[in-house]
Design a protein. Structure first.
Ligand code: NAD
Length: 330
């Protein structure tokens, strides 16, 4: 059994070797991004595993994989929009993904950033940088005094709800699908507006869909309390960034923590230390001491990375050996 993995990062290699040893499988590690131009790299292998931002839309790519005897395309990410699932299906290729590798990874980032916001830690850092060690005006809020509003209480939002509940916060949520198992710890509201109006901390965990693009726009921001915080670790376009910047500039919001931003593919995960930033919104947000930016790292923890490897490779193996797997999408 021979599997080839593409776009492998150094930090994934240990987990890959552990899986290979456990499963007596030969794994070839490649840093290359798989494209229609280098698809011949797959010849001679039984299975493939990808993670990349580059979409593969050329139909020839899929027929070539089938010609090489490949049975599947497995991505070790939740999103699989880089794959043309119709073309894959036409060529009898099973597509699989990793829908949940560790909801805790993102939920814990939200807890960490909420604590930084409500303790004014970035503002203290900002003052300390200038040798200003006064604490006047920066009285913190205790988490148990807060109402946390979750928009989208699915896997990650539901996990965040549990963690906030454990810390003593009152947790409210809006989600068109209400989950019975959350009802002991979450009070569901019948609209997003109710959550925005009541919450001291609003955290977004919706999928990126046509109807969630710009979900938090000028109107939604105007429904939030002026001393409340917005956190977004879902997808950048869920928030209208320009409207958020306006709200922050006008003190209509106390602060924000953003792990995702529209157009992030041009700056997150790049070293831009010696360059002038091109993105005006990013430039504006960086100058705000009450805005916390992280470069889409909610997913990036020890357990999540190990799960992405294990779950995806288990599926590759299962498809090859049994013709199906747990996380197939077609
Ligand atoms: P999920 O499918 O388990 O949950 C999403 C929830 O949102 C569902 O319960 C759904 O009913 C609800 N929802 C859909 N539309 C809604 C709306 N308009 N208003 C309110 N709720 C709505 O998804 P998940 O695994 O919890 O992932 C949530 C988000 O986190 C996704 O956008 C995903 O891309 C993102 N994510 C980010 C990172 C990161 O590194 N920052 C990592 C993984 C996932």
């Amino acid at each position: 059994m021979k599997i080839i993995m593409f776009s492998v990062r150094d930090d994934e290699e240990e987990a890959i070797h552990r899986w290979a040893e456990r499963n007596h499988t030969d794994i070839t590690i490649s840093q290359d991004v798989l494209t229609p131009d280098n698809v011949d790299l797959v010849e001679g292998f039984d299975g493939i595993c990808l993670q990349q931002r580059v979409p593969i839309m050329d139909p020839l790519f899929y027929t070539k994989l089938a010609d090489f005897g490949i049975k599947q395309i497995t991505v070790r990410t939740a999103g699989y929009d880089i794959i043309d699932v119709n073309e894959a299906t036409k060529n009898n290729l099973i597509v699989s993904n990793v829908p949940a590798y560790s909801p805790h990874s993102v939920a814990e980032l939200i807890i960490a950033q909420t604590m930084r916001l409500i303790r004014n830690l970035a503002l203290f850092d900002y003052r300390a940088e200038k040798q200003d060690f006064r604490w006047a005006g920066l009285k913190a809020k205790e988490v148990r005094s807060l109402t946390v509003g979750i928009i989208g209480a699915g896997r990650i939002g539901g996990t965040a709800a549990g963690l906030f509940n454990g810390l003593g916060a009152t947790v409210i949520a809006y989600d068109p699908v209400e989950r019975e198992e959350l009802k002991e710890i979450v009070t569901y509201k019948s609209s997003q507006e109710e959550v925005l109006k009541e919450a001291d901390v609003v955290t977004l965990h919706v999928p990126l869909l046509e109807e969630t693009i710009g979900l938090i726009d000028e109107k939604a921001l105007s429904q939030m309390k002026p001393d409340s915080y917005l956190l977004n670790a879902s997808r950048g376009p869920v928030v209208d960034t320009a409207a958020l910047i306006n709200a922050l500039n006008d003190d209509r919001l106390a602060g924000a923590a953003l792990d995702t931003l529209t157009n992030e593919e041009h700056f997150f995960n790049f070293d831009l230390r010696d360059q002038e930033l091109q993105d005006e919104n990013l430039k504006a947000l960086r100058k705000m001491p009450n805005v916390l930016l992280t470069p889409h790292v909610g997913f990036y923890t020890n357990i999540a990375v190990e799960n992405m490897i294990d779950i995806s490779l288990n599926d590759v193996l299962n498809i090859i050996q049994t013709g199906t797997c747990e996380n197939r999408v077609n």
